[in-house]
Design a protein around this ligand. Structure first.
Ligand code: PRP
Ligand code: MG
Length: 181
């Protein structure tokens, strides 16, 4: 497995730290939604790992659904335009929804998704993200569950990619400079 891990220059969060933190967030969610119907919505593709581990940390029934969205243009999310590549299978009207993602960067994705899902008449819509970069935020996003706030630097692993690589790392870290060159 070192063939992938060696590209990390620094580990920010180990697999154990991530699972421990998700366990704490799962307890909060259990308390907050006690006795209530709950759908968690994972944002493909980065949220796959968080969804899998968060859902299993929840000691209760939870429905798992998925959305895939894409911002128009390559690299620039500043247009604010988002399109749906894969919509929910579930009808969320009257139901409690928690959107799950692994990182909030500019906030565009989750700001747009929150308002999109809110327009479908759910009982509530909240956000759970493992990471958030407060310095990169361009859109207001109210987040109920956050794992950690991190500095504005590029991170990979645990769902986070650099050119579609490193998503399958168990830890989260920063890439060594040689990877970019
Ligand atoms: C990444 C990440 C978040 C989003 C955060 O997804 O997984 O979903 O960007 O950025 P934002 O706050 O600036 O919107 P991306 O669209 O790169 O696709 P992916 O999940 O398939 O990697
Ligand atoms: Mg994503």
């Amino acid at each position: 497995s070192g063939a992938v891990e060696k590209d990390l220059v620094e580990v920010l969060f180990t697999e154990k730290q991530i699972l421990d933190r998700l366990g704490e967030l799962a307890q909060e969610i259990e308390r907050d939604y006690d006795g209530k119907d709950l759908v968690i919505v994972g944002v493909l593709r980065g949220a796959v790992m968080v969804m899998a581990d968060l859902a299993r940390a929840l000691g209760r029934h939870v429905e798992m659904d998925w959305m895939a969205v894409s911002s128009y243009g390559s690299g620039t999310k500043s247009s604010g335009v988002v399109r749906i590549l894969k919509d929910l299978d579930a009808d969320i009207s009257g139901r409690h929804v928690v959107i799950v993602d692994e990182i909030i960067d500019t906030g565009l994705t989750l700001s747009w998704l929150t308002s999109n899902l809110s327009s479908r008449g759910p009982a509530s819509v909240e956000i759970c993200t493992l990471l958030r970069k407060p310095e990169a935020l361009q859109m207001p996003v109210e987040v109920k569950y956050v794992g950690w706030d991190i500095p504005n630097e590029f991170v990979v692993g645990y769902g986070l990619d650099y050119r579609e690589r490193y998503r399958n790392l168990r830890d989260i870290g920063t890439l060594a400079p040689h990877v970019y060159s």
